[in-house]
Design a protein. Sequence first.
Length: 144
Amino acid sequence: MIKLQIIGNLGKDCIVKEVNGKNVINFSVAHTERFKDAQGNQKERTTWVECAYWTDRTAIAPYLVKGTTVYAEGSPEADAYTNKEGQAAATLRMRVQNVQLLGGGNRDNQGASSGNVTNAGMSTAPVVKTQAAVATAPEDDLPF
């Protein structure tokens, strides 16, 4: 198995859909790398990862909003295509197995600043696992 791990910011609010009776949360994560080129000029490169999180536990969806920093891991997929300008391009996708909120984002009118997103009574951001992992956890150990 190949595993992809990414820490980045959501580019837009997530979208929750039902497909063939199962829920999927779609979101895109951007990671920006800053570096100096051979001439010493400061450069920046942003990599986007399109994420699909298949889960019955959609309670995390309200927290997956534009600007929120997340950690996500899962299985990568790459698709090659020709863009509008006729140039070769690629899309990086991930079938998410785990996602963790790290903070950021803006929770309008909910009494929270644009800082870290946390749940009441929790000292760390929740980790949401796949259905198989959640099904074996006792009721009291669920993060929601």
